[in-house]
Design a protein around this ligand. Structure first.
Ligand code: IZC
Ligand code: ZN
Length: 420
């Protein structure tokens, strides 16, 4: 006997086995009038709604003809931070750039000050609220980075928060150590000495946290690609897998570096050269694109998703949720921006926030697809068909979200039409 059967699913989205590269991203298999059976945390059967009638279950749910997808995966977030940076909005409006704000001691460094000051429980409470907010938008797995400590104590504090959230089990979270995120004031002019500190921290991070990835911000005025290479080599030596903030603002060559060191993902890639996109397409590295950041920074040029897909790369999408360059944890908004600003097709977009996003954080065995034997992470959508989601933007189309076979969020109609 099944624990639960979900029947009368209008359209069930069944992304194929990934990573989906190039043309393969244009395929999004679906099944109409479908049903799913769940035992414990797992999907045990996928079939037609008609066949489901013959199966016994403790509980039966009617999906009312809705679209059901795998739980979404957000593969790039800076979830844990103290403070906020709304004061910088006026500077941005007056024309000060993101890198200039950072150079004058604001930006990331402002969040570093607030995060160093915050105690672990307040960071935890805040990150937990954001994580629940993400779940409400359909996210059931994500990646979260440190990088607002730039010292041992605070980096460990941030990673402890991520581990605690992950252990709590609401969402699956892959942790990333982003020690080289900026140069702290106490190391100004001694960038290599700071990087040495972060490299010395690697065995401590390995021992005390469950971080699987390291990441580095290679950008003008932050870290060079030579420093990136040094950090990546050290990370590999200590058993970490690699991520990189690459070619976001200036084309420094971070994309090539990602390919050279076999990074699991290269993220941003707005300024990636045509040659580096070719290299990326021929590699196993996933391109994680963050159009919300380009939008929030007020830029006109977006990462060239079309070219990446045409060349054969595997593209994923993420929020980049952080308090400075992309202040939204709404992955559906990113899906709309991918359509409107990067001209990605609905099929490419759904694949980019499910199967390919799961690959980008090493969670392909547990997330991003609906398979027999796989985790029952599901989103019930209030949309007539899957193409509708990126079209009707800026609102939450999720109706219910299930994690490991359990309802974790549901829209309350009373919030919309109060019953008097
Ligand atoms: O806090 O500004 N780009 N890191 C690199 C960020 C954005 C986060 C931030
Ligand atoms: Zn980032």
């Amino acid at each position: 006997m099944d624990d639960q059967i979900i029947e009368n699913i209008g359209t069930l989205l069944l992304p194929g086995a990934g990573p989906l590269k190039g043309e393969a991203m244009k395929e999004l298999p679906v099944r109409h009038q479908a049903a799913i059976a769940i035992k414990g945390e797992k999907v045990v059967w996928i079939g037609s709604s008609e066949e489901a009638c013959a199966r016994q279950a403790r509980h039966r749910f009617n999906a009312e003809g809705k679209v059901v997808s795998p739980g979404l995966v957000d593969p790039h977030t800076h979830l844990v931070f103290g403070g906020s940076r709304e004061e910088e909005l006026a500077l941005k409006q007056a024309g000060t750039t993101y890198l200039d704000i950072l150079k004058s001691g604001g930006g990331i460094l402002s969040t570093v000050r607030a995060t160093r000051q915050a105690d672990e429980s307040s960071l935890y409470g805040k990150a937990r609220r954001f994580a629940s907010g993400m779940a409400a938008y359909g996210v059931t797995s994500l990646e979260a980075k440190s990088g607002y400590g730039l010292d041992e104590e605070t980096e460990l504090k941030q990673l402890a928060v991520i581990d605690r959230l992950n252990d709590e089990g609401l969402l699956d979270i892959a942790a990333t150590f982003l020690g080289p995120h900026a140069i702290p004031p106490e190391y100004k002019g001694r960038e290599d000495a700071f990087l040495d500190q972060m490299i010395d921290l690697l065995p401590v991070i390995k021992q005390k946290t469950s971080a699987v990835f390291t990441d580095i911000f290679c950008e003008t005025g932050v870290f060079t690609t030579e420093q990136g290479a040094r950090f990546m080599e050290a990370s590999l030596r200590h058993g970490f897998q690699l991520k990189i903030h690459a070619d976001e603002i200036d084309p420094l060559g971070g994309t090539e570096l990602a390919v050279q060191y076999g990074a699991v993902s290269a993220d941003h890639l707005v300024a990636a050269s045509a040659e580096s996109i070719k290299q990326l397409a021929a590699s196993e590295t996933i391109a994680v694109l963050l159009p919300g950041t380009t939008f929030y920074l007020g830029k006109d040029t977006y990462a060239d998703a079309g070219k990446m897909i045409q060349e054969g790369a595997a593209v994923a999408l993420a929020t980049d949720f952080n308090p400075g360059s992309c202040v939204t944890h709404n992955l559906q908004m990113i899906m709309a921006l991918a359509a409107l600003k990067m001209k990605m097709t609905p099929e490419e977009i759904w694949n980019a926030v499910t199967v390919n996003a799961a690959h980008a954080i090493g969670m392909e065995k547990v997330a991003g697809r609906i398979t027999v034997g796989g985790q029952a992470d599901l989103v019930f959508w209030d949309i007539p068909n899957y193409k509708y989601l990126p079209y009707h933007y800026g609102v939450n189309h999720a109706r219910a979200v299930w994690k490991r076979g359990r309802l974790i969020w549901e829209r309350r109609e009373a919030d919309v039409f109060p019953i008097s």
